[in-house]
Design a protein around this ligand. Sequence first.
Ligand code: MV4
Length: 451
Amino acid sequence: MFSKILIANRGEIALRVIRSAKELGLRTVAVYSEPDKDALHTILADEKICIGPGKASESYLNIPNILSAAEITKADAIHPGYGFLAENPRFSEICESSGITFIGPPPSIIQLMGDKNRAIQEMQRVNLPVIPGSNKLVEDLSEAKKIAQKIGYPIILKATAGGGGKGMRIASSARQLEEQFSIAQHEAKAAFGNPSLYMEKFFQNAHHIEVQVIGDKNGNVLAFCERECSIQRRHQKVIEETPSPFMDEKSRTKLMKSVQAAARAINYQSLGTFEFLVDEKKNFYFMEANTRVQVEHPITEIIYGIDLIKEQIQVAAGEQLSFSNNMKWKGHSIECRINAEDYKTFIPSPGKIEFLILPGGEGIRTDSAAYTGWNIPPDYDSLIAKIIARAPTREEAIKKMLTAIEMTTVVGVKTNIPLHLSILSNSDFIKGQYNIQFLDKFIAELKPTKK
Ligand code: MV4
């Protein structure tokens, strides 16, 4: 087992990793940018090293500075968290060649899943259903039009070096495809340095459902109960829950077994999440996989009563998975992401938190690095806290979450708390009758169009 790990991240996830590392008796090193001098992860780690100014490219994305911090403090492992360098294959390779364990999958897996088109081809090879589409890169507009004819409109163009919705363009006709194709190529080139696109049938009324996996270095791989993540706006998740109110036992078992088999077939190691679209008939189609811990991982931890970050650190140190295949989950869990933003426009609202009261009580967990007096810097995401509610039934979990959020106080910055309260009180949401269309429609109703 390691003796000291460096957390190459910030905010709530850095604090989350520090907690599990401390419980494992490890010493912790925080890296921080100048605006994060007084951040909670900086304060609560055993050691701290400033790695640069606020701009992410000069600090949290600055590989030489992060590795120097690891050398200086003699850290024997690095946890990348999510975002920043978490899915950068070059970073994991440089860690390994520097004799520092990268707490995540091997570079080959990060590389595979980072190339979205290649990942789809590989998942098809190991018999995981994939979204009907080109299943190859689309070279030019004329090929795109031929493939779209075969698949049937509407179609969606996706950047193979993208993911998480970045660089997606939808076309409902050949004329729209003519307009969108070159825009999608330019956006992909600008955002990822790679203009390559692939195409899929666009599922209008699907669910966005994902499956957590974990693998150790001895070929053991586990898949967990699915997470429903359809409530997103511009590909930013707002509310996630597990189990999905849409899935039934039969579909759930089939999905989990299929993911476990596919993950085992490619010898998946460490934490990962396989994302699917599920259609009205509950057919699931692989969309993409993330080779990192996800923001919403606590809802899975809570229904299983496990610590996924501890497991991830232990398997990185070569230990066996500490839980078996037939794990049971209990109850229902929901996560609400409380952001410092205008809830109608989603425009971030950084600044000083004058006063903060986060909720507690039975069945409530808050993952947050915010505190009264903390100045939310404008350089990073605007997450204030993740509130996670767990109860025996979905109805009770919703009621518990509503109560928790009503008793949350944030003074000094705008928040999306009103949005959460209105979603959690919405009858379709309460009935569990929603899909990926829900939030865009809901927000349109929130702010009636100007007369
Ligand atoms: C899709 C899709 C429908 N059809 N792909 C990919 C990244 C994720 N954040 C959203 N993604 C989607 N990919 C195909 N072929 C629907 C989504 C999607 C979505 C799309 C538009 C508006 C809201 C959405 C919410 C979740 C998923």
